[in-house]
Design a protein around this ligand. Sequence first.
Ligand SMILES: *[C@@H]1O[C@H](CO)[C@@H](O)[C@H](O)[C@H]1NC(C)=O
Ligand SMILES: *[C@@H]1O[C@H](CO)[C@@H](O)[C@H](O)[C@H]1NC(C)=O
Ligand SMILES: *[C@@H]1O[C@H](CO)[C@@H](O)[C@H](O)[C@H]1NC(C)=O
Length: 482
Amino acid sequence: MAETIVLFPCMAQGHIIPFLALALKLEEKNKDKKIIIVNTPLNIKKLKSSLPPNSSITLLEIPFNSSNHGLPPNIENTDSIPYHLVIKLLQATNSLKPSFTQLIQNIQKHHQNIVIISDLFFGWTATVAKDLGVFHVIFSGSGGYGLACYYSLWVNLPHRHVDSDEFTLPDLPEARVIHRTQLPANIAEADGSDAWSLFQHSNFSQWSNSDGILLNTVQDFDSVGLNYFTRKLNIPVWAIGPVVLSTGSGSRGKGGGIEPELCLEWLNTKPLNSVLFVCFGSMNTISVSQMMELAIALEKSEKNFVWVVRPPIGFDINSEFRENEWFPEGFIEKILEGNKGLIVYDWAPQVEVLKHDSVCAFLSHCGWNSVMESLSHGVPILGWPMAAEQFYNCKYLEEEVGVCVEVARGKRCDVKHEDIVDKIVLVMGESEKGVKMRKKVAEIRQQIKDAVKDEDGFKGSSVRALDEFLSVAATSIKDKNL
Ligand SMILES: *[C@@H]1O[C@H](CO)[C@@H](O)[C@H](O)[C@H]1NC(C)=O
Ligand SMILES: *[C@@H]1O[C@H](CO)[C@@H](O)[C@H](O)[C@H]1NC(C)=O
Ligand SMILES: *[C@@H]1O[C@H](CO)[C@@H](O)[C@H](O)[C@H]1NC(C)=O
């Protein structure tokens, strides 16, 4: 009998997008399955406009009114609120429990065979599913190693137990040494009784009620993190990545950015492997002084570059970009004169840029989606992690995989243009290390290609993992119905 797959992402763009990508992948693979994405009204409205017209995915609303939770009106997405309100919105998601339970019960009236794929911040859905006898997995767009460090840090708060700046993770020794500067603000400040700690502890602990974990990564180069969750929770972990949105269905951001054609035309004029792509993801920006230093570094490195800029920290992210205040004097003129750089406001067609032969390296915040896109196209990374598990993505890619060099760390760190120049030259130049990195990233690119291969009877590891997840779910449903 056909199954119904219910996907339930947390109300954050960085979560909704990988869920949408997964939903589309599942739809393509399983034409007979009914696929539903559940979310709050405003997010459903936005999702409606990003679904391809030929998609049969059903979107279901679940009621939510931010005004009833001490939030400004019409707030349903972490993207539209200042940082200090994010935890408030997350806490408020607990109020979705009765309507989500009701929604699953309604589906159960007509369809016995349900699979829930839910968000890592919605640990409570695992308990709901268990109580209703429904198969449940957690899906995250993060990589295994980064998420394992993040999970372990929250569960153990190791930095509270030492005075030193460096510490290890008691249940993840493979992560070696972590430095305090690699902690996102909420973990650095956590003492076990603050709002973030309470939220993460109570919700993470319910993962053990889930039947498995799906991660947007590839088994071959991310097994440490995958093994961590297997041994910690004793449930299967399936690496099914990369799960990416094909071009066209993604959001172009508020500003609309540059026309992809213009960007590619500019890249076409540049030699092979000569361009540095700089983009910190749709959620991040840096400080004015960091922006100044980075601009000087780009100029001094004498490399070609495409730089996606947003107003710096402390300014409205939607405001006009003020070149005269936020860039060094004469920067734009010099860039235009030498035709060395392309400054892009708000948004660039990231996948097309990374695909382009002229691009040599990616200066990135190390969000996992960006990491997967970069590695899929064989582009080494200059890491500037800024939040959440990005610090451990960067650490892993540098220390264990060998395809990244960290340039800077966090939104408040001091950066010096000389250091940035050194690292740009290291990664893009002909140094032994640069050559080795490019060789390694070519290997990783092949591993990713192989993982998603599904032809002539050959199935790659990510294809097999997705098949196995679906078959374990189907078997479990059959057992429950007996
Ligand atoms: C929708 O159209 C796209 C592009 O032609 C195709 O790749 C995809 O498989 C189609 N999806 C469905 C559900 O038919
Ligand atoms: C949300 O709740 C507030 C106050 O309780 C109410 O005034 C408002 O109309 C509600 N909004 C929606 C969309 O229902
Ligand atoms: C998730 O965390 C919130 C905030 O601490 C807590 O109120 C809630 O009970 C947790 N959810 C569940 C289902 O335990």
